[in-house]
Design a protein around this ligand. Structure first.
Ligand code: HSE
Length: 296
């Protein structure tokens, strides 16, 4: 029997919440597993975004199978091999948590196979260990907005619902930014005043979502820890942010480690905001895709 699971795209950092805040979006990667009692390794087939690249990669390094093995090890059951089908709707390497979906997808598949002994909390611990930071994997497991802190062998995670009126204009330029590279451009030190401002913005972001004071996002999305350093990796980033605001968005930021740019807005403006952002890339001859999304 084939098992099928899905995992959502996630937008990590949410501006000032570097490595701790993340938001689940209603765009999904779907994973299927068919056990094969005779198999001695995982085999894969890929459809969707980046399937051609994924097909060429070493199957032993695929995060889906590695995540499945982690679950079997955790519950002390023998590894069950078989065929994994991955259907990717989320653009990879664009800051929308596609690798987190592979980790979470693998965890969910194996957990279902062994009759779900592991809780979401258990899965988050494994996922955080695999990814090194919890801000994509937490919302990929729990949905909504997550604020997660990874400790040595546990993860403290809180989940809050995202106001229904909040919509997301997501613009994905054809610019690949690996998370590893985007982390290498970050500084070792930031001025104390800038760090203090980040604490206040991140707190304001969370409390404004809880209290539905969405106009605060204009300030609450501003960040000093990564956006100033990473925006040089994304052509015309500042112009796209300005275009989003001029078209009526509350604010905009880099999604995860980029290159995707995400504007927070309401339903009435989301389409115009997305188009205004896209027009900047059009003007400079950069290909892009637009997604109009809501929280998952
Ligand atoms: N918090 C991580 C980073 C997310 O910004 O590097 C990567 O998707």
């Amino acid at each position: 029997t084939t098992i099928r699971v899905q995992a959502p795209a996630t937008s990590a950092n949410c501006g000032p919440g570097f490595d701790c805040l993340g938001l689940a979006l209603n765009l999904y990667n779907v994973f299927e597993f068919t056990p094969d009692g005779k198999a001695t390794s995982f085999t894969y087939s890929f459809t969707g975004y980046g399937a051609d690249i994924l097909e060429k990669e070493d199957p032993k390094k695929n995060l889906i199978g590695i995540a499945m093995e982690q679950v079997f090890a955790k519950v002390q059951e023998p590894i069950q091999y078989g065929h994994i089908k991955s259907d990717t709707l989320i653009p990879p390497s664009r800051g929308l948590g596609s690798s987190s979906t592979a980790i979470v997808g693998g965890l969910l598949l194996a957990n279902e196979l062994v009759k779900t002994p592991l809780s979401k909390e258990d899965l988050l611990i494994i996922a955080n260990r695999m990814e090194g930071h919890p801000d994509n994997v937490a919302p990929a497991i729990y949905g909504n907005l997550c604020c997660a802190t990874g400790l040595k062998d546990r993860v403290l995670n809180t989940v809050i619902p995202v106001p229904e009126s909040l919509h997301f204009a997501v613009v994905v330029p054809e610019v690949l930014v690996s998370t590893e590279y985007a982390r290498s451009v970050l500084p070792n030190h930031v001025p104390f005043k800038e760090a203090v401002q980040n604490v206040s913005h991140a707190s304001l972001f969370v409390t404004s979502l809880i209290t539905n004071q969405l106009t605060n996002l204009e300030v609450a999305l501003e960040d000093n820890l990564h956006v100033p350093y990473r925006k040089t990796l994304i052509p015309h980033c500042d112009k796209v942010f300005s275009a989003a605001k001029a078209a009526g968005a509350y604010g905009a930021t880099i999604s995860g480690s980029g290159s995707t740019l995400i504007a927070y807005t309401d339903k009435a403006h989301v389409q115009t905001v997305a188009e205004a952002m896209g027009q900047i890339f059009d003007f400079h001859g950069i290909e892009y895709k637009i997604y109009i999304l809501e929280a998952d």
